[in-house]
Design a protein around this ligand. Structure first.
Ligand code: GDP
Ligand code: MG
Length: 427
């Protein structure tokens, strides 16, 4: 329905004027992944850049939605326009969590300056983070001042979605005690603010102390590891909520908003460079990454080769044979992981700085047999002073050249040495 450029432009004008029906229509259309949705997403992104995007991540039942409701209360009272995107990859729209969220945020749902939207998991995780990105850009283009993205911090796509946010709040319910370690390193690493939720409960202060201690330990390990702020909040009793708002806004003022758009525009600028320059660059990266792979024991054991490279990205390949088989006669999951991890390692080390993996999530969609060829493509989702986030899509190459999705992988790296920005890595 939006295949015509004129339709798209007309709808964009309505979205930018804040027309709720137009926004709802675009969101449904993006969520469906209908033809032309990529072009629409790009158009929306080109009009975005005003909003402060806040990611709220944490375990299910941790109190995220209740906290989102409290944040809505504060920002709406300041006459700001606030959008909420609730993403739960584990539950369909009609399922418990998202329905519960609607009720928990229902207090403000009818406010004219508020728009709450749940995103379904119609596609795979990659599809979901793309849709979430497009939804954020849509609300941003529509002039919303604050966009809150609530994600469940247990799935494989949450780091990808969290990387859209300017400021990330990780919600930790109280009473984790020693179980604080249960908070995945990757999730902790993405936190700009750690909010101990349900602050009215007795163990909240103790949990906050545990978290502060844990962060101090981390800081002692790395020479200048950055530490998030730890705060105790209660969404239900509005305790600590205005302090949380102040911390979010302070962080965003320092870090800058719209960083997700910068990643994209750098890519666009690269695309615009001349064809000659591109092919010389491509050769340079291919040779460089191939030399890394040749020095890698696992890559030679598994027959992994590089087919493309660039700053923050890499494409690798492997044909499955006896070496990769498990005892059930299928391709070993570890071999697929190794392929994805290789692409991740190449992409994350392509900036002339040493990056080591600290967290990775992988999903497997289909089984693989001997004789099949797999390709893994790594792309950079975000990269800061210390933390980089990457996504790797693994696909099976079919006889006709088409590809079937096999596995999706998200990984986080800790950047150990930061060298001056330059176009290529240290040779
Ligand atoms: N005591 C207390 N309970 C809370 C608070 N916030 C949320 N809860 C409860 O925790 C449960 C999960 O809350 P919800 O906001 O849906 O968590 P989410 O799954 O992380 O979005 C619900 O039963 C809430 O009533 C709080 O500040 N104090
Ligand atoms: Mg929730």
């Amino acid at each position: 329905m939006l295949s015509l450029e004129a339709d798209r432009q007309a709808l964009l004008v309505r979205v930018r004027s804040g027309d709720r029906r137009a926004i709802a229509r675009v969101l449904t259309y993006l969520d469906d992944g209908a033809a032309g949705s990529r072009e629409t997403a790009e158009l929306l992104a080109s009009h975005a850049g005003h909003a402060l995007v806040v990611g709220i991540t944490g375990v299910p039942g941790g109190g995220k939605s209740t906290l989102v409701n409290a944040l809505l209360g504060v920002w709406l009272a300041r006459d700001l326009r606030v959008a909420v995107i609730a993403v739960d990859p584990s539950s369909p729209v009609t399922g418990g969590a998202v329905l519960g969220d609607r009720i928990r945020m229902g207090e403000h749902g009818a406010h004219p300056n508020c728009f709450i939207r749940s995103l379904s998991a119609r596609g795979q995780s990659g599809g979901l983070s793309r849709t979430a990105r497009a939804a954020v850009d849509c609300f941003d283009a529509a002039g919303f001042d604050r966009i809150i993205v609530e994600t469940v911090g247990a799935g494989q796509s949450e780091t990808a979605i969290a990387s859209l946010a300017d400021t990330r709040v990780v919600v930790c319910p109280p009473g984790l005690g020693d179980g604080v370690q249960a908070i995945k390193a990757g999730i902790l690493e993405i936190a700009d603010v750690l909010a101990v939720s349900k602050g009215d409960l007795p163990l909240a202060e103790e949990t906050a102390r545990d978290l502060r201690e844990m962060l101090t330990l981390r800081k002692a390990l790395g020479e200048d590891a950055w530490a998030p702020r730890v705060m105790v909040v209660s969404g239900a009793q509005s305790k600590g909520v205005s302090e949380l708002v102040a911390a979010i806004e302070e962080h965003a003022a320092g870090a800058g908003t719209g960083r997700r758009l910068a990643v994209k525009s750098k890519a666009t600028a690269r695309d615009a460079s001349s064809a000659d320059r591109r092919s010389a660059d491509a050769e340079h990266w291919l040779a460089l990454m191939s030399s890394w792979v040749q020095r890698d024991g696992l890559c030679s054991t598994f027959g992994i080769s590089v087919t493309e490279g660039g700053p923050g990205r890499a494409v690798v390949r492997m044909t499955v044979d006896r070496r990769h088989m498990n005892f059930n006669g299928g391709c070993h999951g570890g071999a697929i992981f190794a392929l994805a991890d290789t692409a991740f390692g190449l992409a994350s080390n392509s900036h002339g700085a040493l990056a080591t993996g600290i967290d990775a999530h992988v999903t497997f969609q289909v089984g693989i047999r001997a004789g099949e060829t797999l390709v893994a493509r790594a792309t950079e989702l975000s990269r800061g002073h210390r933390i980089g986030m990457y996504r790797v899509d693994v696909a099976r190459v079919e006889a006709d050249g088409r590809e079937t999705a096999v596995s999706s992988f998200t990984g986080t790296v800790y950047i150990k040495h930061r060298l001056e920005e330059k176009s290529g890595p240290q040779a």
